[in-house]
Ligand binder design. Structure first.
Ligand SMILES: [Zn+2]
Ligand SMILES: [Zn+2]
Length: 303
């Protein structure tokens, strides 16, 4: 139950022998959401034992190759595996006309439908919603239109205090109403406050994904109090100028965002291929924000 994220790729731009371009899979109580789909994603899904068939929704932050080149291969494999359920892709409007010729040429007899949903990256909009989770876009600042994604659990139901319900002889049919927060009204006219009969619900968690962005005040306000923030740190502090020029961030800037947004933990990723050792990233960030982790490929983080 709850949210957990598995890192499939955390490199920027180029695949290297040690790291893959960006992709992650978020498990929300058994629903699997793929976030970005860099080259090699399907191999990484296999290595990390995520079943392809469980992914029904894919979120693409922007249309730079290191975030989308894995899509055609993954879709083709899903077809070969005999998928029949619709596959939903949430991305900028440009993706659909780019992908359609590929799908028409290489995946002509696809046994399932690929549904494209577009969003406006400058806005904070709910782009996906089910009974337990919603996904909201986060405006970020990159060279081309790009969005981050905030995955948040909806408020959960209150827990029944069995002992108290027995004591007050609350009929079973009332339990669903108590879980939703209603006070109990007995047939004899008695009224018992909900918080006597129930315990507070477990906290609703949130995961913010912000890749390919320079340091941005907009990001800080959009990810306020998130339990876990994935923020790109393409460079170290000594390349701050280059980071600014290429619309990327340093580890220290990512930590600054985490600190000012008061998030629970910070996950650093989208590392430039020029760095083999990632330890300096976490050291640099920890000087500003202690609760920092490296988005190491193959690792799973509970939110
Ligand atoms: Zn990138
Ligand atoms: Zn980019």
């Amino acid at each position: 139950m709850g949210l957990s994220v598995t890192i499939l790729g955390s490199n920027s731009a180029l695949p290297t022998s040690e790291r893959n371009p960006t992709a992650q899979v978020l498990n929300a109580s058994g629903r699997f959401f793929l976030i970005d789909c860099g080259e090699g994603t399907q191999l990484q899904l296999r290595r990390n034992k995520v079943r392809f068939g469980r992914i029904h929704h894919i979120f693409i932050s922007h249309l730079h190759g290191d975030h989308v080149f894995g899509l055609p291969g993954l879709i083709s494999s899903l077809g070969l595996l005999g998928r029949t359920k619709d596959l939903h892709i949430y991305a900028l409007a440009d993706l659909e006309p780019l992908m359609k010729p590929w799908l028409n040429y290489f995946c002509r007899d696809l046994p399932f439908k690929v549904a494209f949903h577009s969003f406006v990256p400058e806005e904070q909009t709910v782009i996906y919603e089910d009974s337990s989770v919603e996904v909201v876009t986060i405006p970020v600042e990159h060279r081309i239109p790009t969005a981050g994604f905030l995955f948040r659990e909806k408020p959960k139901e209150r827990k029944i205090n069995k002992e108290k319900c027995d004591y007050y002889q609350v009929p079973l049919r009332w339990l669903p109403r108590l879980k939703k927060g209603e006070d109990y009204a007995g047939e004899d006219g008695s009224l018992i406050a909900n918080d006597i009969l129930t315990f507070p619900p477990p906290p609703s968690k949130s995961y913010a994904y912000c890749t390919d962005t320079r340091f941005s005040e907009k990001v800080i306000s959009a990810v306020k109090n998130a339990d876990l923030l994935y923020h790109e740190s393409t460079f170290l502090e000594d390349e701050e100028e280059l980071a600014g020029k290429t619309f990327h961030s340093t580890a220290r800037q990512a930590a600054e965002v985490a600190k000012r947004a008061n998030v629970g933990r910070l996950l650093l990723g989208h590392f430039s291929s020029r760095y083999r050792d990632l330890k300096p990233f976490v050291e640099e960030a920890k000087r500003v924000f202690e609760n920092t982790l490296i988005a190491e490929e193959g690792s799973t983080f509970e939110v």
